[in-house]
Design a protein around this ligand. Structure first.
Ligand SMILES: Nc1ncnc2c1ncn2[C@@H]1O[C@H](COP(=O)(O)OP(=O)(O)OP(=O)(O)O)[C@@H](O)[C@H]1O
Ligand SMILES: [Mg+2]
Length: 238
């Protein structure tokens, strides 16, 4: 399998705080990677370093063999690497369709084509029939789906998801997992940051664990569940 993303010794500091320390891993085409770790482990910071929102103080990021470290987010997004935001970023006073259309127009300059594609994406995430609802009037679960739709609409090859299952009911999480499986089957590579284990264990082929800015484990879900360092990182939390 082709390597899509290569993260090499990435470090990030905020003032005196070392948020990431020498993190390395690769993501192959069509994989589903779970990225987990206790609060403050550096997960969001890592996604920001990969997608150009932060420039790492050390290390490099390669996408399809090309170095992308320090490129602007919209440039990286145009290349096919997109992320969702942990805090919802949809435009509350715009309709569901218009929100998704903004993403779709990044890759398609023809309005009709973009509208058609946006509607397809809206259906994929289960928001069919809500095209004209204002984003601000959606339920929290539907707002999560919209965030996912906005990202998919940019036609990424690899999508980084930051805790999109947070606050969802178990039934909603199960539905989300099915949607993610479906989009992965269509060829989209996924990196899923999540605290909700139910949202990650059934789909991730490989899990990477961060703790205090360092990668402490990497392996298949079953192996990660039994990993002593991982158990300690989580239970040592409180
Ligand atoms: N912009 C910033 N300025 C200063 N410190 C930051 C900034 N962003 C993150 N940090 C700090 O860096 C560390 C890693 O934060 P990060 O948000 O990446 O963790 P996380 O693993 O995503 O946590 P959570 O599970 O709570 O979302 C934390 O100590 C956090 O306080
Ligand atoms: Mg985070």
């Amino acid at each position: 399998m082709e390597t899509l993303l290569r993260i090499e010794n990435v470090s990030m500091r905020f003032g005196g705080l070392q948020a990431l320390k020498n993190v390395s891993f690769t993501v192959k085409n069509n994989e589903v990677i779970g990225l987990i770790g206790p609060n403050g482990a550096g997960k969001t910071t890592l996604l920001n370093c990969v997608t150009g929102f932060y420039k790492p103080v050390e290390g490099k990021v390669f996408y399809k063999g090309k170095e992308i470290t320090g490129l602007k987010p919209h440039k990286i997004c145009q290349m096919g690497l997109t992320k969702t935001f942990q805090l919802i970023r949809a435009f509350k006073s715009l309709s569901v369709l218009d929100n998704v259309l903004i993403g779709a127009l990044l890759k398609s300059s023809r309005k009709n084509e973009a509208v058609k594609f946006a509607k397809e994406v809206i259906k994929t995430v289960g928001l069919e029939g809500k095209e004209n609802v204002l984003a601000g009037n959606l339920t929290p679960a539907d707002q999560r789906s919209l965030e996912l739709a906005r990202a998919i609409a940019t036609k990424p090859e690899i999508l980084l998801l930051d805790e999109i299952a947070a606050g969802l009911t178990p039934a909603e999480v199960a539905e989300l997992v099915e949607i993610l499986k479906e989009i992965n089957k269509k060829g989209l590579t996924l990196v899923i940051v999540e605290h909700v284990m139910q949202a990650i264990m059934p789909i991730a082929g490989r899990i990477i664990v961060l703790h205090e800015g360092r990668k402490i484990a990497e392996g298949p879900p079953q192996q990660i569940r039994e990993n002593e360092k991982v158990i300690e990182a989580y239970f040592g939390e409180e």
